[in-house]
Design a protein around this ligand. Structure first.
Ligand code: OGA
Ligand code: MN
Length: 292
């Protein structure tokens, strides 16, 4: 047994996990403590780690089946990405870094707006794990939102308004708001392409209710007129994205941050594109979304 201890950030979510070296084999008791802390704090940070790709994959896989690298993230040459050969299908690169003028990873240096990863799919991922290899000083911070708290603090009126409702999660745009290849701008939100999910979701492990929002553009709540849907979406987004539900990760080299994509949204500040930021990332396959 290691001398593992959990230090909550004191914000609405997230905790540091101290006293564990993720490059070493981990016994089941230690893992159980980490899984328990993840359920309580939604986002975990492990600092000062030294992880190669196979080790990142091995630790990630304890939380469930590894997801393949999304095709949309592969708009750069994966062979030049610096990912270990055996990890090429399982470790994505998030990077501003360029090699011979070409990006070695996805998502550049621009702002990423609040989002849930890949919720435009019927089975959105359970979790993402992001490991920092190179970081710019004091920029490119990543924010996280506690969507249980966002749900629980809704006014009675808004709680009633979202109850039993479903929402379209737009698959045509990425988290920078850019149109994906092969998609067209949809002006009529009732025709937005993408998965339909309950607005209030039941977490399969904690059994707590969370507000389930994907991305604001293109969203539409079924059963409402477009005006009513826009008004309700604006109200719940304004509520959910308050600073009191947020915590910001200021990256240091060797940080591994994992979030529960079933009850957490995240965003990233833009940073100077000349600065080097390089992350390796795994994702865990999700389960069917349960309506609350
Ligand atoms: C992601 C993401 C945020 C960041 O990897 O899904 O949103 O800080 N990244 O790069
Ligand atoms: Mn993301």
């Amino acid at each position: 047994m290691t001398d593992l201890w959990i230090q909550p950030t004191g914000a609405a979510l997230a905790a540091d996990v101290h006293g564990v070296d993720l490059s070493k084999p981990m016994d089941d008791a230690t893992f159980a403590k980490i899984a328990d802390a993840w359920g309580k704090h939604l986002v975990l940070r492990f600092s000062g780690q030294k992880l190669d790709d196979p080790t990142l994959m091995k630790f990630s896989a304890r939380f469930g089946e590894l997801d393949r690298v999304p095709i949309s993230a592969a708009n750069h040459d994966r062979k030049d990405s610096g990912v270990a050969a055996e990890a090429i299908d399982w470790v994505a690169v998030i990077a501003s870094v360029k090699k011979d003028g070409k990006a070695v990873g996805g998502l550049g240096s621009y702002e990423l707006v609040w989002h849930t990863d890949m919720s435009y799919n019927p089975l959105p991922p359970r979790a993402s794990l992001l490991y920092a290899l190179e970081v710019p000083p004091d920029s490119g911070n990543t924010g996280f939102l506690n969507m249980y708290a966002a749900y629980e603090t809704l006014s009675d009126e808004l709680k009633r308004a979202v109850e039993g409702k479903t929402c379209i999660h737009d698959s045509s745009r990425n988290s920078a708001g850019e149109l994906r290849r092969g998609f067209q701008t949809t002006l009529d939100v009732t025709k937005t392409p993408g998965a339909v999910h309950p607005l209030v979701r039941l977490h399969p492990v904690t059994r707590r209710k969370a507000l389930f929002l994907g991305r604001r553009p293109g969203a539409y709540i079924h059963g409402l007129s477009i005006e009513e849907s826009e008004r309700l979406l604006n109200a719940i987004w304004a509520h959910a994205t308050q600073e009191r539900f947020a915590w910001y990760q200021k990256w240091r080299i060797g940080d591994l941050v994992m979030w529960d994509n079933r009850c957490v949204m995240h965003r990233r500040d833009a940073f100077d594109e000349s600065l080097r930021r390089l992350m390796h990332r795994t994702q865990i396959v999700g389960e069917p979304v349960l309506a609350a």
